[in-house]
Design a protein around this ligand. Structure first.
Ligand code: NAI
Ligand code: MG
Length: 340
């Protein structure tokens, strides 16, 4: 596979530093993609006058594969989120966020779950309005949630296929069908039907979302793969990341039929940018997900093992994990582990 073409967007703030570290780990694995480097976010505004240049879109359209660093989005005004624009442009319908305990001695020791969130429907379709009554221009507000059979089917199918491919045992369908009988009810009905196709291969159960939120805090080890609609997935995946502590450890993938974009969950961290102390683990773990996606499962496993060994056994830890290592120190430790 060693020369598969892929788009690389190093990103803003700490993006270039953690991307550099990630490329050195990939090189040690012998996984050298043929990178087409493109701009996005603030770097693109400075270089091309727009946060999402056509050249970047064209590149992803061609390669269908992208490793992306964090992109700065101005708060209150300015251009809209490039991340949201990319998700819409390429119909990246599955948001995949694995959460796994790495650093021992935290709040939970055995978390190892993956949340698969429907990324295009539900309450995020943008049908959110206010209404005027009498003199009050914003007397009432209404949001519309769109759930389709097709959209539910493809995300459920994705979740069960993901479970099969990654040796997972169980998929939990998370919903609120007791109250939202139409929307959440349709999602549950469709997902259960998909689950039947995997009977005897992947176990399945379903849980109401509020109970799921509580169970995640009480006994997160009981979860394996969770599949759910957009809003529930947004909230639960942040909750899950909080269980293991440390933004520097959380990767994510946005997967569509025609393209896939891999990224760290965290932002551009302007407070530490340029200091060489950012934790590159999330970006490296995003690269591991990218390797999984192209079928390089063994290389992905080697990369994850090397990251864990550097943190846990070698105790090479950046300041966010309580250590004093630099980004380069950590990258070096991971490369050593890969070569060992
Ligand atoms: P942030 O995630 O950039 O930073 C939050 C805190 O976590 C900061 O103290 C930062 O130093 C720390 N942190 C984050 N990643 C770290 C790492 N790898 N190693 C060590 N420490 C790390 O969130 P913030 O400050 O709210 O956002 C900054 C910018 O990033 C904004 O413009 C925001 O819009 C953008 N952003 C972009 C995302 C993306 O491109 N997917 C996601 C989230 C935010
Ligand atoms: Mg969110």
């Amino acid at each position: 596979m060693s020369e598969r073409e892929a788009t690389l967007i190093p990103g803003d703030g700490i993006g270039p530093e953690i991307t550099q570290a990630t490329l050195s780990a990939l090189a040690a694995l012998g996984m050298t993609f043929d990178w087409d480097e493109q701009f996005g976010g603030m770097a693109a505004v400075e270089n091309a006058g727009t946060p999402l240049p056509n050249a970047t879109l064209d590149s992803i359209r061609r390669t269908r594969l992208c490793l992306k660093g964090p992109l700065t989005t101005p708060v209150g005004g300015g251009y809209r989120s490039v991340n949201v624009a990319l998700r819409q442009e390429f119909d990246l319908y599955a948001n995949v966020r694995p959460t796994k305990t790495i650093v021992p001695g935290g709040r939970y020791e055995h978390v190892d779950l993956v949340i698969i969130r429907e990324n295009t429907e539900g309450l995020y379709v943008g049908l959110d309005h206010t209404f005027k009554i009498g003199a009050d221009r914003r007397a009432m507000a209404q949001a519309m949630s769109i759930v389709t059979r097709e959209g539910s089917e493809r995300i459920a199918q994705y979740a069960f296929e993901y479970a099969k491919l990654h040796g997972r045992k169980k998929v939990t369908i998370v919903h609120k069908a007791n109250i939202l009988k139409a929307t959440s009810g349709l999602f549950l009905e469709v997902a259960r039907r998909v689950a039947e196709q995997y009977a005897g291969v992947i176990a399945s159960d379903d849980k109401i979302v509020d109970n799921t939120a509580m169970q995640l805090v009480i006994r997160p080890e009981q979860f394996d793969v969770i599949v759910t609609t957009n809003l529930f997935g947004d909230i639960l995946s942040d909750e899950a990341a909080g269980l293991i502590g440390g933004l520097g450890l959380a990767p994510g993938a946005n997967i569509g039929t025609h393209a896939a974009i891999f990224e760290p969950v965290h932002g551009s961290a302007p407070d530490i940018a340029g200091k060489g102390i950012a934790n590159p683990s999330a970006q490296m773990l995003a690269a591991a997900m990218m390797l999984d996606h192209v079928g390089e499962l063994a290389a992905a496993r080697r990369l994850r093992c090397a990251i864990e060994a550097a943190i846990v056994q070698d105790k090479v830890r950046t300041p966010d994990l309580g250590g004093r290592a630099t980004t380069a120190d950590f990258a070096h430790a991971v490369v050593q582990r890969i070569r060992a």
